[in-house]
Design a protein around this ligand. Structure first.
Ligand code: GDD
Ligand code: MN
Length: 436
């Protein structure tokens, strides 16, 4: 039995609009730029009732699963070479539903190991499986989206669960998602709320996931703790909103679809899950996919940001940053190359001069309209802190990617620079030069 805790002023049932049929799909009239994160419901185990982040909550008792469920549940599973996991998974799902109506939609991207054959033979055994076969790997996000579209075609499907095929997501925990679904449009299976667990991940993998989640949370102010797991339950309106996120074809689907759901003003919940690293087969989340994810998140953020701010501001910021790099190089040459200063002292001096340089240009040009209401010294101190934060993130990403994961040091540094830049821009825009 679960308790779901939510903030007292939660707009119950908000957003359960009329868009519950596939036929009514159209372009998002509001556009992605209207994202306005709603509250997050954090669910915790009955033995630790209360919001995971210590927010004041009221608690509602949720009746047993069977009593809450109306209509059918569709379970969407993307597969790529999961032959050895599929049977156990499907059996587990069948046990979890214990006679309640459900269908499974498996979206296979041309697995070479016979995954599709296993799916077909399970269907022959009587499991309610629909198989969507695609000929080539098109990405987990695209597969999940295709599965949601297929599920939505069934008018008797009221909610859609998505989960990985490799048993990392435990079918017996679907009931938790369904419990959350009684309160929210998108229930996220979360490893980071109280009660959430990760089993079998090395320290580095945990780090990568934590940094990724912190980045999404910071850039999009979602108030969620886990945005990267695909173990979720969507209401029909949430699924309809999510499938608009079609450009997020890979692992970036997790936040792309989340933003699409948020932009409709729908409500989110997080419930704790246990994530177990797979025993059979291999992960498809390679370094390239991580790079894509990072690029996608930064691009999305820039798009949203530029939609609201004057686009020129970001361009000016980049221009200033570039002159700052030149200034830093020039100073280093002067202090070390010409004056023969000790390298560490020279580089420290060069960095400080370039920070001061950037500050002056940003203060007089990029953010000249945002100076009112704060004094120059405070802005300067804040800008120093922002720079320190971005340098620290750059160094952290560099060490994790290069030293721990063995990624090429230049690539690692580039990723670090991008992340550092994002933090720098974000910190400058919404803290050092507050504006608004
Ligand atoms: N159809 C299809 N096409 N399925 C795919 C594709 C694809 O291109 N890529 C991956 N999948 C399927 C896998 O077969 C598996 O069922 C599921 O998507 C998850 O892929 P994994 O390769 O097992 O991902 P992971 O375990 O490394 O990643 C985990 O952590 C990520 C970060 O937290 C998962 O929990 C992801 O959901 C999560 O984003
Ligand atoms: Mn996995």
């Amino acid at each position: 039995m679960l308790h779901v805790s939510l903030r007292p002023n939660s707009p119950w049932g908000c957003g359960r609009g009329p868009k519950s049929h596939v036929e009514s799909l159209g372009p998002n009239p509001q556009g992605a730029a209207t994202i306005r994160p709603k509250l997050t419901i954090a669910a915790s185990r009955a033995d630790s009732v209360g919001d995971a982040r210590g927010l004041p909550t009221t608690t509602r008792h949720v009746p047993s699963l069977g009593m809450e469920l109306a209509g059918k549940t569709c379970v969407v599973i993307p597969t790529l070479n999961e032959r050895n996991n599929l049977e156990a998974l499907v059996r587990g799902i069948d046990r979890a539903f214990a006679g309640l109506p459900y269908i499974v939609v498996i979206v296979d991207d041309g697995s070479l190991d016979g995954t599709a054959e296993v799916a077909r033979s399970l269907r022959t055994c009587g499991y309610p499986i629909e198989l969507v076969e695609r000929t080539s790997k098109q990405g987990i996000g695209s597969a999940v989206r295709a599965g949601l579209v297929r599920g939505l075609l069934h008018e008797d499907v009221d909610r859609l669960v998505t989960m990985d095929a490799d048993l990392s997501h435990d079918p017996s925990e679907i009931s938790r998602l369904l419990t959350g679904a009684a309160y929210a449009d998108l229930t996220q299976g979360s490893r980071y709320v109280t009660g959430g667990v990760i089993e079998g991940w090395a320290r580095t993998r945990r780090w990568v996931s934590m940094v990724a989640n912190a980045l999404v949370r910071m850039l999009f102010r979602t108030e969620m703790l886990d945005h990267t797991s695909f173990f979720r339950c969507y209401s029909r309106p949430a699924a309809v909103a999510a499938i608009r996120a079609e450009k997020y074809t890979g692992y970036e689907w997790s936040f792309g679809s989340l933003l699409a759901v948020l932009s409709e003003g729908l409500q989110l919940a997080e419930v704790p899950i246990t994530f177990r690293e797979r025993r059979c087969g291999t992960s498809k989340l390679r370094t390239r996919a991580m790079g894509r994810w990072l690029w996608s998140i930064l691009r999305t953020w820039a798009e949203l940001r530029l939609g609201r701010d004057r686009p020129m501001r970001a361009i000016r910021y980049v221009a200033v940053g570039s002159t700052g790099i030149l200034m830093s190089q020039g100073m280093l040459f002067l202090l070390h190359g010409v004056l023969g200063l000790w390298p560490l002292a020279a580089v420290t001096g060069a960095i400080e001069v370039s920070i001061l340089w950037n500050f002056e240009l940003n203060d007089r040009w990029t953010f000249k309209d945002r100076r009112a209401g704060s004094n120059r010294r405070t802005r300067l101190a804040k800008y120093h802190a922002v720079c320190a934060g971005s340098v620290a993130l750059n160094a952290l990403m560099f060490s994790v990617l290069s030293l721990e994961l063995g990624i090429n040091y230049l690539v690692a540094n580039f990723v670090g620079i991008l992340a550092g830049f994002a933090v720098n821009l974000r910190g400058s825009m919404s803290w050092a030069w507050l504006g608004r």
